[in-house]
Design a protein around this ligand. Structure first.
Ligand code: PHB
Length: 398
């Protein structure tokens, strides 16, 4: 223990106040399990960090059924399908018809706002803007989180269960000694150039486009603000692009005989988003459990990141809840294996979508046409469409 650290005792200590950490905190509190969340960013920074926006039906249900609030139902946009566009033609996948499900476009920042408000409303202990966070003694019965709060006071949380929900850049997974963890990862030779524009919708639903010029995704935020992305070089300097260049590049990737035209408007944000696929195995070390991006990251093409984080939280909550009600560690011991089953399914889906839709700079004509054959396989049969639709809308929570 540090000489001047103030000690706080709780049952569950959570590092990370993004959607995973806050959702877990919310569920635990509802079950009467004490917990404290520490987060290095301030509320405003998280609120204004743009992230993907597709929620599976199971994620929507988690927000509404557990009493976070119903804003996702009134302000989210329910989508009944997506368009896969290639060879300049759009192919719509109708999710209710294929798999009896829908998804909801509701950006991750809004999920954060709702969860943060629910923790505040219910008297949750969430400490933002902390610095120098460390996790200690993970293999003992009293794992600890040491941090300095926004006023400069040093604290040590002494807990029984420690949760690392501190995102892909977090400290928790790196605190697992290397001989106890396997880092599985791959990198991709491309990134996304993302924009936010003040323009009317170009499409009511998302368009995932493969083209000889590379991938593009047409997404939305509201009637007047749109989100779009196109495949770019990871080292591209986004600030060098003019609005006309960006629009021309996006348009090239959706051009086709149907004459589809993007509706243009002023661009008020442009950035490069790098991505990779990563899984830490196991998602546990002693009494520390990893959840969400702290344990795994997926490329954004399958829109799985937040959904996977919430699915981890569901499984972890059940395990912690069972531990406190029965004193049996069985479900905690099974957490990593159970969570990883879904994680690897989502990794496979995200990898598959990414590789099928993007075009490598050095791809030869065989590879380009093979990918088109794959897209054709998906859209030309109900089974192919169902495979994509089932994965995209989310497998049932077990
Ligand atoms: C988004 O709207 O930001 C978005 C949607 C779907 C994706 C990725 C990003 O697959």
């Amino acid at each position: 223990m540090s000489a001047n650290a103030q000690i706080i005792k709780t049952q569950v200590g959570i590092v990370g106040g993004g959607p995973a950490g806050l959702m877990l905190s919310h569920l635990l509190a509802k079950s009467g399990i004490e917990n404290i969340v520490v987060e290095k960013r301030d509320h405003e920074t998280i609120r204004t960090t743009h992230r993907a926006g597709i929620l599976e039906a199971g994620s929507v249900k988690m927000l509404t059924d557990t009493g976070v609030n119903g804003r996702v139902l009134t302000e989210g946009m329910e989508h009944e399908g997506i368009d896969l566009r290639f060879n300049g033609e759009s192919h719509r996948l109708n999710f209710p018809d294929l798999v009896g499900a829908t998804v909801t476009l509701y950006p991750q920042n809004e999920v954060f706002v709702d969860l943060a408000a629910a923790r505040k409303r219910d008297g949750g202990d969430v400490r933002y803007s902390v610095t120098d966070t460390e996790v200690l003694d993970m293999t003992t019965d009293t794992p600890k989180i040491r941090f300095t709060d926004s006023e400069g006071q040093l604290f040590e949380i002494h807990c029984e269960i420690l949760v690392g929900a501190d995102g892909s850049q977090g400290i928790c997974k790196w605190a697992i000694p290397q001989e106890y963890r396997t880092d599985n990862f791959i990198e991709y030779p491309f990134a996304w150039f993302g924009i936010l524009t003040e323009a009317p919708k170009s499409s009511d639903e998302l368009i995932y486009a493969n083209s000889p010029h590379g991938f593009a995704l047409i997404s939305q935020r509201s009637e007047t603000v749109q989100r779009m992305y196109f495949q770019a070089d990871p080292n591209e300097d986004a600030s060098k692009w003019t609005e006309d260049q960006i629009w021309d590049e996006l348009q090239k990737r959706v051009d086709g005989p149907d004459g589809f035209q993007l509706k243009r408007g002023p661009i008020f944000e442009q950035m490069i988003l790098k991505f990779r696929s990563y899984v830490c195995e196991p998602m546990r070390y002693g009494n520390m459990f990893l959840a969400g991006d702290a344990g795994h990251t997926v490329p954004p093409t399958g829109a799985k990141g937040l959904n996977l984080a919430l699915a981890d939280v569901k499984v972890l909550f059940e395990a912690i809840d069972s531990y406190y009600s029965t004193k049996s560690k069985e479900l905690l011991d099974g957490y990593s294996d159970r969570a990883l089953k879904r994680v690897w399914k989502a990794q496979n889906f995200s990898y598959w979508m990414t590789n099928m839709l993007h075009t490598r700079k050095d791809a030869n004509p065989f590879e380009v046409k093979r990918a088109l054959g794959e897209l054709q396989t998906v859209v030309s049969s109900r089974y192919g469409q169902q495979y994509l639709a089932e994965s995209y809308t989310g497998w049932p929570h077990s």
